[in-house]
Design a protein around this ligand. Sequence first.
Ligand SMILES: N[C@@H](CCC[C@H](N)C(=O)O)C(=O)O
Length: 283
Amino acid sequence: MKFTKMHGIGNDYVYVNCLEEAVDRPEETAKFVSDRHFGVGSDGLILIRPSQKADFEMAMYNADGSRGEMCGNGIRCVAKYVYDYGLTDKTRIQVETLAGIKELDLTVENGKVSLVKVNMGAPELSPEKIPVLAQAEQAVNLPLEVDGIMYQMTCVSMGNPHCVIFMKEDVRELDLEKIGPSFENHPRFPRRVNTEFVNVIDRHTLRMRVWERGSGETLACGTGACAVAVAGILNDKTEHEAAVHLLGGNLHIAWEGGDSPVYMTGPATAVFDGEVILPEDIK
Ligand SMILES: N[C@@H](CCC[C@H](N)C(=O)O)C(=O)O
């Protein structure tokens, strides 16, 4: 199977051009390629497909083979892929995802995409739609007990579910391998959840680490950074534009509130093209 390894600030995926390549068993393929010892090594698999409704479709799979509705870092890389590999010459494109059609603006330098601004759509705040079990109109600053410790959570869907935890403790010191799975599989989240642990640096700057549903700790999460910026505004901790610092780099997020869309701007990077031998049972 031909592929391209790409990343958005260290959140790395194996990208397959399904206009040319058929992937019949995406869940098993995602598990296989993501393995950092026996596969290619990645946070998951992203398929670039033709679309009836938009310029292209993005289908994303986590490292455990589960499907994610949306991927912020992934969609910027899809934009880079389709432009740099000549599948389009447009610098404004639409990409269909399970979370709807997203519009992307591409910045091109020396013939290659360097930066992508994505209209991520309006955040979903109603608990049933996120989904999170909560007796409130919005799950903002609600208590959550995890492994006997009380946290305050703010939940946001950016097409996929996020639980944002603001902390006084330095997030760089957290043992995410230990606490992450307990959040991901907590009974309050019927479809599991992505969890962001956040320090507010100032009203325009946030630091976060993420434990992703289906992939564990990753160096960055684009939808997670959007959820964090939205949660910062809802809790009156930040202004309408913020720089979100993640382990792999920074994203710029802007949201005017209410039904207005969240804008995410960040880089996209191609690392190498390759060809992987799939085991017989997942061909
Ligand atoms: N890393 C992604 C999000 C990928 C999907 C997520 N793990 C889920 O299952 O919802 C991003 O950059 O947004």
